[in-house]
Ligand binder design. Sequence first.
Ligand SMILES: [Zn+2]
Length: 236
Amino acid sequence: MWKRSYVLYSLVLLLLIIPQKAIAIDSIHIPIQIIIDAGHGGIDGGTSYNNILEKEINLQVAKLLYQELQQKGYVAILNRTGDYALSDENEWLGSRSRHIRDLAQRRHLVKELHPTILVSLHVNWSKNSSANGPVVLYQSKNNQSYTLAQMIQHSLDGFFKTKGVPYPGNTYYLLKQNVCPAVIVEMGFISNSRDRHYLTSPEHQKKIAQSIFTAIEEYILLDPGKILPNKEAFRK
Ligand SMILES: [Zn+2]
């Protein structure tokens, strides 16, 4: 019995010390755990305050979150790495609406890659400049989406010193898919001066990314079964 667990233990240890690149020899067969959706891009700046654009904040935090996940050994994909609209990559949908083509391209990626979770990053705006703090939107018919939303909300509230409540976001295009649990993270209000400072300063952006990372890790560790390769991923 002891010998068996020793062998198992060594195996786990061996897996831990194999460099990440060696594991990624055939990346096609490695299931994606997290898709990070950097909201807006290109012609679509999202919300704004003077010359501060939401699309830039989303991308900056998305990159930091991606780095954090990668460093800790998670398999993550960032769906936008620069300032461009995803609608430009969408040549398959005949819709004349650029906005719809953009969102459809993001949803298409989710269907193709079958991730464990989707985390979409956005910035909020209100005409009331005192409205502040993060708000996480979830899929109301998906318990896992709600659990993930609660965890991210709680983690971000810890950083922002706020007491937010996750909100059902059923009308949002990216939440209207049943491939995986998805959440939209409205990281803070660009219309509020303190939030704006948090959202635009590199050190605070890092803290925001770390807070989201902590919650994602907590969620994944809750049920390791979730990170096992799914059949869809192996069918390719
Ligand atoms: Zn947005």
